[in-house]
Structures are given as C-alpha cells and as structure tokens.
Design a protein around this ligand. Structure first.
Ligand code: PDD
Length: 288
C-alpha cells in the first residue's frame, strides 16, 4: 500500500515526513481537540455536523480555528483524494500549538492542524451478528466529556481493561447512571422504545447518535433521551453502541450476561439496514 498523505499546517506530506516539535502542547499536555469522520465512496459523511462539533470543542477550550468551514472542507476533500478516495476514516486534530512548557495559554501561538486518513473496513456480517461483548466500569472521566478532546487517557485505560478482560468495550456508569461507552454512545431498547442517555457534560454529543435518532423518527420508531439506571442494562431488550467508525453495533453480552436472548435484536436489524441505506445514498451521490 502506498504511504498515506497527511495534511499538517498547510502542507500535504507523506505520513513519515509529517513531524510535530516536542514542545507541541498536544504532545506535552494533550491540549487539543479532534474529530473522526467516515468517508464513503470518497464522500465525507455528515461533514457539517462534524465541523460544527469541532467549532464547539474549540470554543469551549478557547482555541483558535485555523480554517473556516469551507477551508476545512477543501483540506478534508484533498486528503481523501490524495489517499485514493473510497471508504476512509478521516482524523482531524487541532492543538494549541508549540510553546515553552507553561500550563497557561501561550500568547499569539498558531494552532497545529493535522488531518490524516486510514482505510475504513466494514466488519464482517458474522462479526456484526455475533455482537459486542462489554464490561461496565465507573466513569472516571472529568466533567466536560462533551468536548471532543485528545486528552483520552481514561478512555485508553478503559479500552485496555476491556481488551484484557476479553471484551470489546466498556459501558461507563456515573453515580449509578449510564453515560456512554469509552469510545461510543449507547442506546437501549425498552418495551420497543429506543432510549439513549440525556445529552450533557457527561457524554459526547455523537454524530452517529443524532443520526440514529433521526432515522428512528423517520421510521416511526419511538425514541428519545432518558436517564438510564445501571440496572436497566440487565433488563433491557437490546443494547447498541454507536460511533462514526463502528456505525451501530449490537451488544450481546454485558459483564458476562446475555442481553435479551443473546443475539443482535430485531430493532437493531431495522436501524442497521436504514443506516446502510443512508450510506448507499451517499455512494450514489445523493445528499446524506
Ligand atoms: N469516538 N463517545 C465517545 C467517548 C467517543 O470517543 C465517540 C467516538 C463517540 C461517538 O461519537 P460519533 O458518533 O460522533 O463518532 C461517543 C471516535 C470515533 C474515536 O475516538 O475514534
């Protein structure tokens, strides 16, 4: 495979030539924000909401945005093009730039901007149908989980813990309430109704989460936000995880116990099919 091309601070470079100084605050402090967006047949999926969330993360961390929306779109499309189009996962990161180490913001330091891409490979049908295995853990994160920051140490430790426990993901519990997973949002099905934790500082406003709610509304499936108790996980009919790279994943085991009958559920089948139809429309050049 040819070496990927990345965008770094105005230049398109082979990945191995793209370097950031050691004093970059992303490296020193994790002082940065990011986005991950899927690309289908060369077309970025849900670009506007991703750029809107990026602007929000920058605003809430008082960081400068090096590009407007049109500028970002040009850069993202160029990175997609230079990496051969098709299906990709585009990663975009902005840090507060390079400065002598001092916790307080540096004056007049330009941000560091990076866009890179990797192939987006869909899971095999059997893997999807088998579903994900999750464990639950107390949510150890801070009170601004709605900011998509590169400071991801708790998420990194949680995913590692899941892996060592033979699980795919970790569902997080704060004060007895379910928030989200370490790298995804969460949905439950209760009496045929689709429920997701309320948006707020304890979880990321997921783009896929919004899309699932949008699809449910279009399909006439009752859906909404609710405070979900950890005990709901044991009695729910279905559990799903949602993210830009993993789409909608059924969860079939929580802490070793089966969810429902231990198989991907009927409502998941419906939403998954509708999500694939959205992707097909993007591939066909229709708006998504
Ligand atoms: N993660 N919650 C967390 C903590 C996440 O890290 C993610 C996505 C989501 C889902 O958001 P969206 O639907 O907008 O992708 C929720 C990305 C994919 C990542 O860090 O790689």
């Amino acid at each position: 495979m040819a070496e990927p091309t990345v965008y770094l601070n105005g230049l398109y470079l082979p990945e191995s030539e793209a370097c950031v100084p050691i004093l970059d605050r992303g490296f020193i402090f994790g002082d940065g924000v990011y986005e991950v967006l899927p690309v289908y047949a060369g077309e970025p999926f849900r670009l506007a909401p991703h750029l809107e969330r990026l602007e929000r993360s920058l605003r809430l961390t008082a960081m400068d945005n090096p590009h407007g929306r049109a500028g970002w779109e040009r850069v993202i499309r160029e990175v997609i093009h230079r990496n051969g189009g098709g299906d990709q996962s585009v990663y975009l990161q902005i840090t507060r730039g390079v400065a002598r180490r001092d916790h307080a913001f540096p004056a007049e330091t330009p941000p560091t901007a990076l866009v890179m891409s990797s192939p987006l490979i869909p899971p095999a049908a059997e893997e999807l149908a088998r579903g994900s295995t999750v464990i639950t853990r107390p949510d150890p994160r801070w009170l601004h989980c709605d900011i998509k920051t590169t400071s991801l140490l708790p998420n990194v430790l949680l995913r590692q813990e899941a892996q060592e426990a033979g699980a795919d993901e970790v569902i997080l519990i704060r004060d007895g309430v379910v928030t989200e997973a370490a790298t995804a949002n969460l949905f439950l099905v209760r009496e045929g109704r689709l429920l997701t934790p309320q948006q707020g500082p304890h979880l990321l406003p997921g783009i896929t989460r919004d899309l699932v709610l949008e699809i449910a509304a279009a399909e006439g499936i009752p859906a909404g936000e609710a405070a979900l108790d950890r005990r709901d996980l044991a009695t729910t009919e279905e559990i799903w995880l949602t993210s830009s790279t993993r789409e909608i994943r059924p969860v079939t085991r929580v802490d070793g116990r089966p969810v429902g009958n231990g198989e991907a559920g009927p409502l998941w089948q419906r939403l998954h099919a509708a999500y694939q139809a959205c992707k097909d429309r993007i591939r066909a050049g229709e708006a998504g």
